[in-house]
Each structure stands twice: as structure tokens, then as C-alpha cells.
Design a protein around this ligand. Structure first.
Ligand code: GLC
Length: 558
């Protein structure tokens, strides 16, 4: 077992800058808005703030399409604002982790503008260009946002690869000059004061350069070649090099977003002696309610608790002692957890949000909280598809409903309500004033109408709120070392209603019990004599009777 590192005891809070806090009335969150809210995050008790991209971008994918890595998105502020954010955060003892999007850039990045000029441009090999094959795309790869992953560029008569939108050409990591440019840029950010990197789809950076066809592609079903491209032949070489040239030089926190990884893959990236990354975001628990008809996340299936337990337990057990888990329920790409794995109806929303917080925060790993999760923000259901802004949602609608006519508009809206990325992206609900206190102008994405009931001001006034409960969970992580170090043991794997697990060290244990239903259930777990209750979302303890969404944790010596 490795020695404890600060990032293993830390709690991370993700800010989606566009939707967090607007300070100038343009309807878009910004960096001064984040600075204004730092005391709130300090009070919550988190250690690290992960910022989704704030770089200059034409916003085809809300900043995940970067046109200048060393400039700030004007709507978000200036480089001076960014430096101010580092300074103010550091004054409060908060660290800032930036999103690093280096699998691709925007097509408006200077490198790509150069690259597309001519086949002998010095930047040509910064991207992946191929000749047509029989007048068509070089292979059948599908973009994660729909359609082929190759776009034809008239000027030079070749295709370029884009695993995401056409406006997000993939970088060519085979080119040492490109790699050096990325490392230089990362080192520059370290000099500016950044404390870590969350690396966007980092396991896609190494492509199989023979470009074999993807046997799983079905354009009729809006499939994606993302997993085909994942964990490519030279990815570990590239990450080790990045570690050597950048990451190992500073005491920072790193987490890679890695679709399609298994625990064995994760150990290769994050094993305690791998010299690559510290953590990965695995995707397995986020796909347990995927479509049974092969439409990926476009589904309205309800998850099964036994699947959730199976997947999370596998990660807990297989990484234990070898690598470190990231723990997350949701982020800017995933629906709101209280709507997805809990119950967002008014009578159960707070109870189930606290229950879910308990289940996640008591696991081994570093917890990540997504903005608004701590007040139990819910999914959104706009009446019209035109109210949605997310490129992924709009493309899927166009593809499945309009072009393929595979899904009816009504059915698709139920899928959108269940899975759209805009569920997580509605503006942060700060108070009960107009636009939830997010902006004095017109928000870029409509505020959820439930803001008068669900907002930060209300949560702060109520000592029984989800927010105070999260504060307690975060404080406990800093107080109880067993939350960091304990081994995880799943109890009753086949129970379809209750999640029970233990954390175990040589001399003590935690018992975590959570009812995932909205009714009373009786269970025969045994709480050892002398145990103390560490936390619970009910005021009293009804013993073996678990009330709707009840969660509780006991601690005892062995
Ligand atoms: C990651 C991001 C997502 C983005 C995609 C392409 O999955 O989290 O928001 O669309 O990468 O950059």
C-alpha cells in the first residue's frame, strides 16, 4: 500500500464555468463569478476545484473545442481574471485543476488553420490526414457525436479524423513536435499556478495507425467508434513521456477521463508505480442504464441496483492496493444523480440525494462533486428540442428522429429527459430571485423552473439540507482515515433494494447501509455492540427497519 498522498484525502468539486455564476449579465457564467463564489466552496469544505475548459473556443462543444490553449474565453474573462482566481483560491487553501483537452483542438486553432493549408505545411502532421479510399472515407469509424469520424477537406483533397464533431479535429500524437508543444503548454500553465489536470478523453490519443475498420459501427443506430480508438498502441508511451516532462515536476493532482477502461487497463494508467496518471474516470457505472436496443445512452431505462453494486464493487476491489479510484455520480456529461439513481419527487429528493452522497463518499477513492449535486439539483425536461443547446443531444435527435426515423419524437424526448448532457448544464441555482441568481440577463440555457424550491440560499438556511449533509461527508473524509485507507467489502450482492458494504482496516470497520427504495424494508444486518453512528439521513435510528432512502454508517473497533 502506498503512503497517503494529499489528493487521496481530497474532495474535488467540478465547476462548469458557463453555468456557475454570471457576473456581468451576459447570461454566461464567468471567472469573476467563480471568484465571487469561492467562499461558498470553502465553506462546503472541498479541497480542489476542477474547472471545465475556460480557454478560448468557438464553443461548438462548450469549450471542449479549444482554439488557443494559452488564452481565456472572452465571455469568461481575461488572463488577469484567471490569475486572480488562482491567487484567491490559493489564499483560501483551495487548489485549481484545469481541464486539459489534448486529444483534439478546435478547427479554429492556429495549428489546424495552418495544417489544412497544404500537404507540406509544417503543421500538416499535427493532425491526422488520410487520402480517400475509393472516393470514400479512409475507414468506417463513427464520430461520437454522429456520422463518420472523417471530414473531407477540399483544399488538399484529404480527409481529417475527428472522433468528436467536425469542428474538433484529432491531434496526431505520433508527431513528437506536437507532443512537445503540448508539454510546453502544460508547463506554462504550471508556472501560472495550476494545481492539476483533468485530462479529457486522454486514452484516445494513440490511434492504430493502420486504421482498421470498426466492426461495431452501425450508422443506423448512431453508434460511436470511441471505444475502438480507446487504449491505443502507444498511449502508455505518450503518458509516461508526459509524466516525465511535466507531471512529475510538480506535486499536482491528475485524473484522466478514459472511456472503455477495465480495472486492468486502469492499473496500467494509474498503478502506484505506473508513472502516468493518479486516477482515471471509468465509465462502467454510467452505462448500466444504456439502451437495450443498441442506441447507447439514448434510452429511458431505469438502472438495477444489483448492476450498480456489481460494477462499483469490482472497481473498489480490483484497484485496492494497486491504484486509486475516482468516485463520481455525475458531471457535465451525465444526468443528475438524484434523478437517475435516486428519486427527485419532492417527498424523496432530499432523502435520496443524501443517501447517494453517503454511498459514494464512504468508498475508497477521491470523491468528485458536480456543481449543484450538493443541493440536489434535478434533471431538466424542456418541452421543445429547440430549447436544448448540447451538440450531442441535437445531433442524436437529428440522426435518430429526423434522418433515420428510428425513434418517434415523443419517445426521443423521454430519452433526452433521461440522458441529455443539458440535464447537468442548466444554470446553478443560487437563490429564489429571477434566473435563480445565476444572471441578471438571459441565461444561455434556460434555468430549471424548480429553482424557487431548490437553491443554495435555501439550503444554507436549513441545517437539515443536503448541502450541510455534504459538508459533513466532506469533513468526515478529512477526519476518519479509514475512509481513505479501509478495504471495501460488499455485503448481500443480490439484494435488489439495499446497498450494504463495509470498510475494513486492521482494527476497525465502517458499516454502510443504504435503502434504494421509497418504502420501508426490514434487513437482518448486525451492528456490533459499542458501535457509534457516524452519519445518517434520519434523525433517529429504527434499527433493522430501513425507512425510504434511509442511509446510515456505523463505526466500531474490531
Ligand atoms: C469529454 C468531455 C465532453 C466532450 C468530449 C469531447 O467526454 O467531458 O464534454 O464533449 O470529451 O471533448
Amino acid at each position: 500500500m502506498m503512503a497517503n498522498k494529499w489528493w487521496q484525502e481530497a474532495v474535488v468539486y467540478q465547476v462548469y464555468p458557463r453555468s456557475f455564476q454570471d457576473s456581468d449579465g451576459d447570461g454566461m457564467g464567468d471567472i469573476p463569478g467563480i471568484i465571487q463564489r469561492l467562499p461558498y466552496l470553502k465553506k462546503l469544505g472541498v479541497d480542489v476545484i476542477w474547472l471545465s475548459p475556460v480557454y478560448k473556443s468557438p464553443n461548438a462543444d462548450n469549450g471542449y473545442d479549444i482554439s488557443d490553449y494559452q488564452a481565456i474565453q472572452p465571455a469568461f474573462g481575461t488572463m488577469a481574471d484567471m490569475k486572480q482566481l488562482f491567487a484567491k483560491a490559493h489564499e483560501l487553501g483551495l487548489k485549481i485543476m484545469m481541464d486539459l483537452v489534448v486529444n483534439h483542438t478546435s478547427d479554429e486553432h492556429e495549428w489546424f488553420q495552418q495544417s489544412r493549408q497544404s500537404k507540406d505545411n509544417p503543421y500538416r502532421d499535427f493532425y491526422i490526414w488520410r487520402d480517400p479510399v475509393d472516393g470514400h472515407e479512409p475507414n468506417n469509424w463513427a464520430s461520437d457525436f454522429g456520422g463518420p469520424a472523417w471530414a473531407f477537406d477540399e483544399q488538399t483533397g484529404q480527409y481529417y479524423l475527428h472522433i468528436f464533431s467536425k469542428k474538433q479535429p484529432d491531434l496526431n500524437w505520433e508527431n513528437p513536435k506536437l507532443r512537445q508543444a503540448i508539454y510546453d503548454m502544460m508547463n506554462w500553465w504550471l508556472e501560472q499556478g495550476v494545481d492539476g489536470f483533468r485530462m479529457d478523453v486522454i486514452n484516445l490519443i494513440s490511434k492504430a495507425m493502420q486504421f482498421p475498420d470498426d466492426p461495431s459501427v452501425d450508422f443506423g443506430k448512431h453508434s460511436s467508434s470511441m471505444e475502438m480508438v480507446a487504449n491505443g498502441p502507444r498511449v502508455h508511451k505518450f503518458l509516461r513521456e508526459m509524466n516525465e516532462q511535466v507531471l512529475s515536476k510538480a506535486d499536482i493532482i491528475t485524473v484522466g477521463e478514459t472511456p472503455g477502461v477495465t480495472p486492468a487497463d486502469a492499473i496500467k494508467y494509474t498503478g502506484f508505480d505506473a508513472h502516468e496518471l493518479q486516477m482515471v474516470f471509468q465509465f462502467e457505472h454510467t452505462v448500466i442504464d444504456d439502451s437495450k436496443d443498441g442506441l447507447g445512452k439514448w434510452s429511458d431505462e431505469r438502472f438495477a441496483l444489483t448492476d450498480l453494486k456489481r460494477v462499483l464493487s469490482k472497481w473498489q476491489v480490483e484497484l485496492d492496493g494497486k491504484a486509486w479510484n475516482s468516485l463520481y455520480w455525475n458531471n457535465h456529461d451525465r444526468p443528475r444523480v438524484v434523478s437517475r439513481f435516486g428519486d427527485d419527487r419532492p417527498e424523496y429528493r432530499e432523502l435520496s440525494a443524501k443517501m447517494l452522497g453517503t454511498v459514494l463518499h464512504f468508498m475508497q477513492g477521491t470523491p468528485y462533486i458536480y456543481q449543484g449535486e450538493e443541493i440536489g439539483m434535478t434533471n431538466i425536461a424542456y418541452d421543445k428540442i429547440t430549447d436544448y443547446q448540447d451538440i450531442d443531444t441535437l445531433n442524436a435527435y437529428q440522426d435518430l428522429v429526423v434522418d433515420q426515423k428510428l425513434v418517434s419524437p415523443e419517445q426521443m424526448m423521454t430519452y433526452v429527459y433521461h440522458s441529455s448532457r443539458d440535464n447537468a448544464r442548466t444554470p446553478m441555482q443560487w437563490d429564489a430571485t429571477t434566473q435563480a441568481g445565476f444572471t441578471t440577463g438571459t441565461p444561455w440555457l434556460k434555468v430549471n423552473e424548480n429553482y424557487p424550491q431548490i437553491n443554495v440560499a435555501k439550503a444554507v438556511d436549513d441545517s437539515n439540507s443536503i448541502s450541510y449533509y455534504y459538508q459533513r461527508l466532506i469533513a468526515l473524509r478529512h477526519e476518519l482515515s479509514i475512509m481513505t485507507t479501509g478495504h471495501y467489502e460488499l455485503l448481500e450482492p443480490d439484494d435488489t433494494e439495499v446497498y450494504e458494504y463495509k470498510r475494513v482496516t486492521d482494527d476497525e470497520e465502517l458499516l454502510v447501509i443504504a435503502n434504494f427504495t421509497n418504502h420501508n424494508v426490514q434487513r437482518d444486518f448486525v451492528v456490533p455492540a459499542g458501535a457509534t453512528q457516524v452519519i445518517s439521513n434520519y434523525e433517529d435510528d429504527a434499527g433493522n427497519m430501513l425507512r425510504p432512502y434511509e442511509a446510515k454508517v456505523y463505526q466500531y473497533r474490531k
